[in-house]
Write a protein that binds this ligand. Structure first.
Ligand code: ARG
Length: 275
């Protein structure tokens, strides 16, 4: 009798344990009886304007690759989430996030107070600054020298913002382009006298297109330091937390430094000290 009682108790306990496990595994458990097959793992759609080498670009095979892509892929691996990158033109990128067409954005996006009103950002993952590109014969030596010149920018970027401030809102000398490569093409053909864009992109372009005969002009007093962040829809704390945790993990275990060195040749701290 005693044995039976104990056995019954143990069996009941086992059932309870099993039920508890089941409830944990199935999302909103409608009926505990017939467990439906587990839903497919969510794939987070990450938007990026893949015309911004070396941060995001399309390779010969049409695949989206680059520093940002490697960083987010590494973050996703740590966070145990699945991501898919979708090429998204810069001009519509923030709307796509707001409307839920994209779960996150990684696109060399500078964290700004204004943008923080309409979206949430991860911890910063990259330091940047505006940089001027001109023909190597140009006399431009500082940002203020652009005041009376034709300047190309990518519409709606921080480069656009700072040039708009210098030349004035209604200046017809500001030439706005859909992408930064288009602005640089215009510099090559002489349609603009200078291009202002993120330093990493300008340096990469000038180094890889020697036939264009461009040079870069830095101006640390005119250009504020910027930091890139990964954006999520305002209020999406769940995804943001996963991203921030993954980012902290890849920074802590050396993965971030490895990716950084692959693209920029040295660990970030060393690069900053040398700059
Ligand atoms: N960092 C600049 C900004 O946030 C430019 C980013 C442009 N990114 C791109 N993939 N086109 O405004």
């Amino acid at each position: 009798r005693r044995f039976l009682k104990t056995a019954g108790f143990v069996a009941a306990a086992l059932v309870l344990v099993a039920c508890g496990k089941k409830e944990e595994a199935a999302a909103p458990a409608a009926s505990a009886a017939a467990a439906p097959p587990p839903p497919p793992a969510k794939v987070y759609v990450v938007g990026t304007d893949a015309a911004y080498a070396p941060f995001e670009l399309q390779n010969e095979k049409g695949e989206i690759v680059g520093f940002d892509i490697d960083v987010v892929t590494a973050i996703a691996a740590k966070a145990g989430i699945e991501v898919k990158f979708v090429n998204t033109p810069w001009e519509g990128i923030f709307n796509a996030l707001g409307q839920g067409d994209r779960d996150a954005l990684v696109s060399s996006i500078t964290i700004t107070e204004e943008r923080k009103q309409t979206m949430d950002f991860s911890a910063p993952y990259f330091d940047a600054q505006q940089l001027i590109a001109v023909k190597d014969t140009s006399k431009v030596a500082k940002f203020a020298d652009l005041k009376k010149l034709k300047v190309g920018v990518q519409t709606g970027t921080t480069g656009d913002e700072v040039v708009t401030k210098l030349l004035g809102k209604n200046s017809t000398n500001i030439k706005r382009f859909e992408s930064t490569p288009l602005a640089l093409k215009e510099l090559q053909s002489g349609g603009v006298d200078a291009v202002v864009a993120d330093n990493g992109v300008v340096i990469h372009y000038v180094a890889n297109n020697p036939a264009d005969k461009f040079k870069t002009v830095a101006d640390n007093t005119s250009f504020a330091p910027e930091q890139y962040g990964i954006a999520v829809k305002k209020g999406n704390a769940e995804l943001l937390e996963k991203i921030n945790k993954g980012l902290a993990d890849i920074k802590a275990d050396g993965t971030y430094d490895k990716i950084y060195a692959q693209y920029f040749g040295a660990a970030p701290a060393a690069a900053e000290a040398a700059a």
